[in-house]
Structure formats: structure tokens, C-alpha cells
Ligand binder design. Structure first.
Ligand code: GRG
Length: 419
């Protein structure tokens, strides 16, 4: 329906002059994953898991019912993910992932806080480590992980169920995400996140960095408890990717082609790897074979790339009120993201600004203006949309179910989100 692999290359080539390079980069982004995928996996079988004492099958989501305390705040936080411009892609209107997964998600932050609190008796460490699990996040990563888990369970076994280890992966995914946000806030010295003072604005940065490590350590214990080597490797890959992605962000490249390649690899590592490997882990826990795990991974990779592209776009178009953080933040941090890299083609005067990381007076304002005058924002959206189409193509190969449809709806939310 959405074309074949050639289309991927064509749309990549269509949107930037350095298309062939970009397509090569796409391949590079997958390289690390493919090496992993080639290893023979010894998957835990779904039915065996059902019998395992830890593998409590959680009930199917009910659509109405009692709202948990704090749930309305959580809904407000995630409501901005809902479609802003309806109909950008054909979507099954009947499926609302937030409603569909209400029961699965309503206690997720509470469960994470509990997990963190039981692993330390130091009150300040508890406070810092649990600060970003107050329900203000969009919970995108657990939502996608659980949707995929349920879609795969239905695909393989026609089961309307979620395995307890799969829900653990959803929690682990959000924990790794939050640990990275904490480290990011320290590195960027940002004062505000999700419309609140950021963690480092409230506590000493040394303690904050250690709290981030603590979250990662507790997440590692949870991974170990899954007792599945392939899942352990898959989720550990995420942390190495995150660190490398952030590291890459500190450097810059001389030529335009090198820069775009660098940006795409960084984007995969910094954002897409977590979503791709988390959904893959849920599929592995269901007993998916290598081919199915790859389909699932590609869905997550494309959603993740689209998500970051839109994030980079919103930095230029959204208000700081909507985003809960300052706008043009990337330029101020010296970062040249997709809108700037595209704008460079029309306005080469951006090149020296990129090289000096927008440090000279007036650079940020001028770059901001040139991006808006160029086609950079449209080209970024085009690229994001095509990654969403690719994600939908992968989701379409799963057996139809509300969860499988939900995976398609997610791409629309990602593309049209306001924050
Ligand atoms: C030690 C895990 C670890 C990481 C260190 C600092 C670092 C390396 C990586 C930073 C990765 C990072 C912050 C990526 C940004 C990804 C991104 C777009 C975050 C915003 O995601 P949203 O909008 O956030 O889903 P909410 O607030 O909704 O949860």
C-alpha cells in the first residue's frame, strides 16, 4: 500500500539534495541492530511464560470506569499529543490508544515510583529520582511498548492480553527515558521541563546526575529480573546508543553531507533506538521470531525518527508555553537540527553559523529567521511524514486488532503533536 524499499530511498532523495548519502545513513543506522539480529535468539515462548509465576496476564483494558488519582492531570499532559490537524493520514477513528490502554497505563508512574522508592532509604534520592514520574510526561514510550505488546500477542496467539514482563519493559523504557532527561538537563543546564522547574533547578547537579544513574541502576535490575539474555542485550543497546547520541551532539561536521549523516545517526541513537528496541523487546518476550522482531523494530525506529524530527520542528514553531521549555532552545545550545540543515541549501550563510554553533551575537535570531524563510520546516515535516508512512507499512503486516490499529493512530499523534 505504501510502496516498497525503493520508495524509502526515493522520498529520502526527494527531500534533500544529498539523498544518496542519506539513504546510506539510513542503512548505517540499522547496522548495529542488524548485527544483533543475526545472532540466534532463544526466545521465551508465550505459553511457557503464561505458566511462569512472574508472568501474570493482565486483563484487557476496560474503556470506562474509575479514574485513578492524578489520571486527569496525566490526560491533560498527553492530550496535546492528540491530532491537531485531523486527517493528515487515513486513520481508524474508532481507536484511541489512551482509552484502549487506560487500565495498562493508569498506574504506570505510581509503579515506577514504588520500584525506585523501595530500592533506597535516602529520602532526598527518592525525591529526585521520582520527580519526573509525577504524570506530566506524555508516556509515549510505555504506550507504544504496550500497544505493540498487545498487537503482537494478538498477532501470534489471538490473545487479548498483556504479559507482566511486557509491562515491565514499558516501565523500563520510561525509566531509561527519564534518566536520559535528567542527564540532559544537567548537561544543558536547562531550568524548565514540562512547564515545571527542571530537576537540576531544584537540586545540586551532582546529586541530580547520581539520581539519573540510580534510575538506570534500578531499571537494570528490572531488566535482569526478566531473565532473558536477548531482551537484556536489546535494552542495554539502548543505553549505549543514548550516550553515543548525546556524545555525537557535542561534535559538528564540516561538510553539508557529513552533517546530515551525522544528524540522522545521532537522531536514531538519541531518540529512535529506545522506542525501536523497547517494542522489539516486548515482541521477543512474546516469542516473536527474528523476522517478526525486525518488523517490530522497524516500526519503532520509524516512529522514533519521526518523533525527533517533529520535536526539532516544534522548537521553531511552538510557543514555550505549549512546549513547557524555551523555544529555539536547540539553536541557543548551538545545535543545527533538520530545519537548519535543510535551510542551508537555500541560505549558505548558515554554514559558518553552524560551524561556530550560533555563538556570535545575532546568530540565533538570524538562523531562526532564515529557517522560517526557507522550506526547512516543510522539508522536515515531509521527512517525518515519510517515516510515519514507513511505520504504518510495518504495522500493517500485523494481524488486524484494535492494538494494531492503535499503532497506526500513534503515527498520526506523533506527526501532529503540539508538544
Ligand atoms: C545515561 C540514559 C543516559 C543517557 C545519557 C543525556 C543523554 C545521555 C541522552 C539524552 C537523550 C535525550 C534527552 C533525548 C531527547 C529525546 C526527546 C525528544 C525527549 C522528549 O521526549 P518527550 O517529548 O518527553 O516524549 P516527555 O516530557 O513527554 O516525557
Amino acid at each position: 500500500m505504501f510502496g516498497d524499499r525503493r520508495l524509502t530511498t526515493v522520498w529520502t532523495m526527494a527531500c534533500i539534495g544529498s539523498g544518496r548519502l542519506c539513504a546510506r545513513v539510513e542503512k548505517l543506522c540499522q547496522l548495529g541492530h542488524n548485527l544483533q539480529a543475526r545472532r540466534k535468539a532463544s526466545f521465551v515462548k508465550f505459553k511457557e511464560l503464561n505458566l511462569h509465576q512472574n508472568a501474570r496476564i493482565l486483563p484487557e483494558s476496560c474503556q470506562a470506569g474509575r479514574r485513578a488519582p492524578g489520571y486527569s492531570r496525566h490526560c491533560r499532559a498527553i492530550s496535546s499529543m492528540r491530532t491537531q490537524q485531523p486527517g493528515s493520514q487515513p486513520q481508524p477513528q474508532s481507536v484511541d490508544p489512551y482509552v484502549l490502554l487506560y487500565d495498562d497505563l493508569k498506574h504506570i508512574y505510581e509503579d515506577i515510583r514504588e520500584e525506585l522508592q523501595k530500592n533506597t532509604k535516602i529520602p532526598e534520592l527518592q525525591s529526585i529520582a521520582t520527580y519526573y514520574f509525577g504524570g506530566q510526561g506524555k508516556a509515549l514510550r510505555p504506550m507504544v511498548a504496550i500497544l505493540m505488546a498487545r498487537a503482537i500477542n494478538y498477532h501470534l496467539y489471538k490473545e487479548n492480553s498483556l504479559l507482566a514482563p511486557q509491562r515491565q519493559v514499558a516501565m523500563i523504557s520510561e525509566m531509561i527515558h527519564s534518566a536520559s532527561l535528567i542527564h540532559d538537563d544537567v548537561i544543558d543546564q536547562s531550568d524548565i521541563r514540562r512547564g515545571k522547574p527542571s530537576v537540576n533547578a531544584l537540586w545540586n547537579h551532582k546529586k541530580v546526575a547520581m539520581a539519573g544513574d540510580f534510575i538506570l541502576a534500578v531499571a537494570s535490575m528490572m531488566i535482569a529480573r526478566l531473565r532473558n539474555n536477548d531482551v537484556t542485550l536489546t535494552l542495554s543497546q539502548v543505553v549505549t546508543d543514548l550516550v553515543q547520541g548525546e556524545f555525537m551532539q557535542l561534535g559538528s561536521k564540516e561538510t553539508e553531507n557529513e552533517r546530515f549523516a551525522h544528524y540522522l545517526t545521532k537522531t536514531y541513537r538519541k531518540t529512535a533506538s529506545l522506542i525501536a528496541n523497547s517494542v522489539k523487546a516486548t515482541a521477543m518476550l512474546a516469542g516473536a521470531d527474528d523476522a517478526l522482531a525486525e518488523v517490530v523494530f522497524q516500526y519503532g525506529r520509524n516512529v522514533g525518527l519521526a518523533f525527533q524530527l517533529v520535536d526539532d520542528l516544534l522548537d521553531f514553531v511552538s510557543s514555550s508555553d505549549a512546549m513547557g521549555k524555551p523555544t529555539a532552545a536547540d539553536l541557543k545550545l548551538g545545535l543545527a537540527t533538520a530545519p537548519v540543515l535543510f535551510a542551508c541549501e537555500k541560505y549558505p550563510e548558515l554554514n559558518p553559523m553552524i560551524m561556530r554553533r550560533f555563538q556570535e551575537p545575532g546568530d540565533v535570531e538570524r538562523a531562526f529567521e532564515l529557517v522560517h524563510k526557507s522550506q526547512g520546516l516543510e522539508q522536515t515535516r515531509f521527512l517525518a511524514r515519510n517515516h510515519c508512512i514507513e511505520a504504518v507499512r510495518h504495522a500493517s503486516s500485523l494481524v488486524e486488532s484494535p492494538y494494531q490499529k492503535g499503532l497506526t493512530v500513534i503515527t498520526d499523534l506523533v506527526l501532529n503533536r503540539m508538544k
